[in-house]
Design a binder for this molecule. Structure first.
Ligand code: ATP
Ligand code: MG
Ligand code: MG
Ligand code: MG
Length: 474
């Protein structure tokens, strides 16, 4: 079953059960300054959950584009390392706004996984919040999960809140046991370990309380449901592969990178990692730019720039001397055009922005890497393992290396960065900049991007309210 089929089956399943199919929103939250990027299906319904906004439905379902890089949920460092994390992914979800609650949410999820997807019941595990006897009872007595596979967990994993105050409640998660071979070793179990043996598939959030400023929790008059399941994870499971990167949604991009690089996925661990990073980051880059983000030195634009530069370094490690990400980003948008027609229409614009950014960074990447290699040799010879803040700053300032890129390169050498020293250099530079402002290359390029964006965007960006993807997938 392809990823596209699973997305459609999911939305149809909930549509048949009275849910309105709501298109994905754009990745940039349009009225929530507390959020860097859309990172869950519920984001676009936040005001509905809070009772500030009314819709003409009380049940909804969606496949939502999400980015978890920068901000509260940051999976950037995980990409390429774990088999289950992306910066960009799609979250399948069903939502009840004061309509059904725990019993139906649990029953629907179980039916979808075991009847629609026909997953083996005995491989599925369930977690509930320690104090949530109601959910525990439903799973055990009505669904029939044996107690050995029904685990009570603490707040960290199984209690969700929208913020310090506001709606919150216990969660229940469904995981699949991928078997010994995916275990990191010694008897790791759910909650003890973050390895890929027990793969978290689906999180069901029971919005049940309102927490006020002094921490008091009072029951919500109309409890609600918010759920999220990663499309890439369920696709990998359905396709019998143990890594998201082997499901069709990602494997197609990797195949394209294989074709361009002349290297085979599976031949060399370092190259495999680079291919995974490129596949993942190409999706994030393509969709972020298509949704209106431009690479820049602050905020959302800087997260995008970090993602792109990390990908550019991996492209270099694969042997690419010329820009290539603009091609993989185009490939992504074209291959996802059925589900996301609007971003696909912006593929040419996206390619131009990506290529410009790549060309600029490639010029300084080699020199920066040379300096870093020399510095690491010097440190090793001196028996040290901390890169001076001044060197990290020079790499940042002169060669355009984001701090996390430098950290990423140093990780395999077991070298860390003196971050305080780096910050001190940053502050000194800010002071100087305030004293003698002068136009820099960064400002010039920002101008070019803005101009391109204005030319390119005018035709399709008519404001974020209309920027949702009207997926023709049903
Ligand atoms: P994990 O513990 O694996 O990091 P999570 O608990 O942070 O996941 P939730 O916030 O519960 O994830 O999101 C709901 C679902 O979205 C998860 O159960 C998973 O299927 C999917 N998901 C979350 N983060 C990612 C990611 N970075 N890449 C792909 N899928 C993800
Ligand atoms: Mg996580
Ligand atoms: Mg989790
Ligand atoms: Mg979770």
């Amino acid at each position: 079953m392809t990823g596209n089929e699973i997305r459609t089956r999911f939305l149809q399943f909930f549509q048949q059960r009275g849910h309105s199919v709501v298109p994905s929103s754009a990745l940039i939250p349009h009225n929530d300054p507390t959020l860097l990027f859309i990172n869950a299906g519920m984001n676009q319904f936040k005001d509905v959950f809070l009772g500030r906004e009314k819709r003409d439905y009380t049940r909804a379902t969606s496949a939502q584009k999400c980015v978890r890089a920068g901000g509260k949920h940051n999976d950037l460092e995980n990409v390429g390392q774990t088999a289950r994390h992306h910066t960009f992914f799609e979250m399948l979800g069903n939502f009840s706004f004061g309509d059904y609650f725990k019993h139906d949410a649990i029953t629907y999820a179980w039916q979808f996984l075991t009847e629609e997807m026909r997953l083996p019941k005995d491989k599925l595990w369930v977690t509930v919040f320690r104090e949530d006897d109601e959910a525990y009872g439903i799973w055990r007595d009505q669904i029939g999960i044996p107690e050995e596979r029904l685990i009570r967990m603490g707040e960290k994993d199984n209690f969700w809140s929208m913020g310090d105050t506001g709606p919150c409640g216990p969660c229940s998660e469904i995981l699949i046991d991928q078997g010994e071979s995916m275990s990191c070793g010694a008897n790791c179990g759910i909650g003890d370990c973050d390895c890929d043996r027990y793969l978290e598939l689906w999180n069901l959030v029971f919005m049940q309380f309102n927490r006020d400023a002094d921490g008091t929790m009072s029951p919500l008059p109309k409890p609600s449901i918010d759920t999220g399941m990663g499309l890439e994870r369920i696709s990998a499971v359905m396709q019998g592969v143990q890594s998201n990167y082997d499901c069709d949604l990602l494997r197609g991009i990797i195949a394209y990178v294989e074709e361009l690089s002349g290297k085979r996925y599976g031949d060399d661990a370092a190259h495999d990692m680079s291919m995974r990073v490129i596949a993942d980051h190409s999706r994030a880059t393509a969709f972020l730019i298509a949704d209106g983000v431009l690479p820049s030195n602050e905020g959302r634009g800087y997260v995008l720039r970090r993602i792109m530069r990390r990908a550019a370094r991996h492209a270099k490690m694969l042997g690419f001397a010329e820009p290539v990400l603009y091609r993989t980003a185009t490939f992504v948008l074209q291959s996802m055009a059925d589900a996301y027609p609007e971003p696909a229409q912006r593929a040419d614009y996206v390619a131009r922005i990506v290529k410009l950014e790549e060309e600029r960074f490639i010029q300084t990447l080699d020199n920066g890497l040379r300096i870093l290699t020399e510095e690491v040799e010097r440190l090793k010879a001196a028996g040290a393992n901390t890169l001076p803040g001044g060197v990290a700053f020079k790499l940042y300032d002169t060669f355009g290396f984001p701090l996390d890129l430098t950290a990423d390169i140093l990780r395999s050498e077991n070298v860390i960065i003196d971050e305080q020293g780096f910050e001190a250099c940053m502050e000194e530079q800010r002071q100087k900049a305030r004293e003698h402002w002068k136009g820099s290359g960064e400002e010039a390029i920002a101008g070019i991007y803005r101009q391109l964006a204005e030319e390119g965007i005018k035709s399709f960006f008519t404001g974020y309210d209309t920027l949702s993807d009207r997926s023709d997938i049903l």
